[in-house]
Design a protein around this ligand. Structure first.
Ligand SMILES: *[C@@H]1O[C@H](CO)[C@@H](O)[C@H](O)[C@H]1NC(C)=O
Ligand SMILES: *[C@@H]1O[C@H](CO)[C@@H](O)[C@H](O)[C@H]1NC(C)=O
Ligand SMILES: *[C@@H]1O[C@H](CO)[C@@H](O)[C@H](O)[C@H]1NC(C)=O
Ligand SMILES: *[C@@H]1O[C@H](CO)[C@@H](O)[C@H](O)[C@H]1NC(C)=O
Ligand SMILES: *[C@@H]1O[C@H](CO)[C@@H](O)[C@H](O)[C@H]1NC(C)=O
Ligand SMILES: *[C@@H]1O[C@H](CO)[C@@H](O)[C@H](O)[C@H]1NC(C)=O
Length: 371
């Protein structure tokens, strides 16, 4: 008698697990409980001051990105299996936001379920981490630059720089989706390259551009003030890695150290570049003299950072705008494409930790006097 009872409960057990497995195919594979525990700045999603929700939308994308990066880490897949699971995740996100007294309707306003479904036409045909390694030839600068504690301008800046570099590599496969590929790059950096993973406050803040609540900002603030140099950097710019991005801009400035003969070829290139790249970006071409004025003649006092890809100065334009001027000194002839890629990518990408592009200046050394 006892035996047969056990048997029937076993049957029931199987019946129910099967039932749940079936329905699980369309449920969200991401555990979103971090939404309520992660110390993120919810202010911009609570305020009506941001009517189009652009700031809030960026924050929600970063917030959801934490889950996607964790999903990548757990499953080796960049995106969700199907539309049903993606919709289910966004609906769970709505529930979590509601619990934080944030308008759940912001989710459909900002995020579209189709964007998170695995699809070979999204970025260079990449679906899994194996596809990624194939496209970028194994490990990349991301793997070394995005490791460890991502607090601080220099650490975070070099990770973001490596991201741009890898993104231009991916652009060889898929020129039409640099924005989408940048998101993949960000997911890789936060989910795979960084050992602490996307739920780490420092990692999420830098790599996913996640704005932190004041209690969490305090902690990273302490980190920063560890060295005077970093405190200086933060005080000066409010940051290249930034929170106060409204003011921030990057100007790329490049000095050419080439022979006259090459210059005419180069000038031709520059003029086609000038007409093709910047008009859409709302950026302009600067004269070298304007940048010299802005940075006080590229004074050491205004030097705020130095990375593998160039030197960054703080500057103030004649209209009072605070800018970061990135100088790429390039002595190689292969640099043209990289420069072009960097400008194009920066002008397309929106990420809290990348400043908006304000303009460019391309010049050769021997023009310095008259430009
Ligand atoms: C915000 O909305 C207003 C009016 O609805 C529109 O004029 C403006 O261009 C929008 N801004 C952005 C950044 O979408
Ligand atoms: C993949 O994306 C393309 C274009 O974005 C779309 O036309 C197509 O339907 C998508 N495929 C799937 C399976 O969702
Ligand atoms: C990847 O490596 C192969 C062989 O080592 C090389 O031919 C190819 O150009 C590399 N691709 C990229 C994008 O670096
Ligand atoms: C990129 O877009 C252009 C025009 O929109 C199209 O002609 C081209 O085939 C696309 N390239 C790829 C790789 O999809
Ligand atoms: C949170 O975001 C709001 C709105 O953007 C901003 O005013 C506030 O300073 C932020 N708080 C912190 C701690 O960064
Ligand atoms: C953050 O700073 C404020 C004032 O600057 C302080 O009152 C608060 O206790 C700090 N929070 C933490 C977690 O350190």
């Amino acid at each position: 008698m006892g035996k047969s009872l056990t048997f029937s409960s076993l049957l029931f057990f199987f019946f129910f697990t099967n039932f749940f497995i079936d329905s699980a195919t369309s449920s969200c594979p991401i555990d979103l409980s971090y939404v309520e525990t992660f110390p993120w700045n919810t202010t911009m999603c609570r305020e009506a001051r941001d009517p189009n929700g652009t700031q809030c939308c960026q924050t929600l994308l970063s917030l959801f990105g934490i889950g996607l990066a964790q999903h990548l880490k757990d499953t080796s897949r960049f995106q969700l299996p199907d539309l049903a699971s993606s919709s289910s995740c966004l609906s769970n996100l709505q529930t979590k936001l509601e619990a934080l007294s944030i308008q759940p309707s912001l989710v459909p306003q900002c995020l579209s379920a189709t964007n998170f479904v695995a699809n070979t036409s999204q970025c260079a045909g990449i679906i899994t981490i194996q596809d990624w390694y194939q496209r970028v030839n194994g490990t990349t600068q991301l793997d070394s630059s995005c490791q460890g504690d991502m607090t601080g301008l220099i650490r975070c800046g070099s990770c973001v720089d490596a991201g741009k570099q890898v993104n231009s590599q991916l652009a060889n496969f898929d020129q039409n989706n640099s924005q989408k590929c940048f998101y993949f790059t960000v997911l890789y950096a936060a989910g795979i390259a960084n050992e602490f993973g996307p739920k780490d406050v420092r990692t999420a803040n830098c790599i996913l551009g996640m704005p932190l609540s004041s209690s969490a900002s305090n902690k990273s603030g302490d980190h920063l003030s560890r060295t005077t140099q970093l405190r200086l950097i933060f005080g000066l710019l409010g940051a290249l890695v930034g929170v106060l991005l409204a003011l921030g801009v990057i100007i790329l400035y490049r000095r050419w150290d080439k022979k006259e003969r090459q210059n005419s070829v180069h000038e031709e290139y520059v003029s086609s570049f000038r007409s093709s790249v910047l008009p859409n970006a709302g950026a302009k071409w600067f004269r070298l003299s304007e940048l010299e004025q802005a940075t006080d003649g590229f004074s050491q006092r205004n030097l705020i950072g130095q990375g593998a890809y160039g030197v960054v100065y703080k500057g103030t334009l004649s209209d009072g705008t605070l800018v970061a001027v990135k100088q790429i000194l390039d002595l190689e002839s292969t640099g043209d494409e990289d420069f072009c890629n960097e400008v194009e990518i920066i002008s397309k990408i929106r990420h809290r930790n990348l400043l908006a592009l304000r303009g460019c200046c391309v010049t050769s050394d021997n023009q310095k006097g008259r430009d």
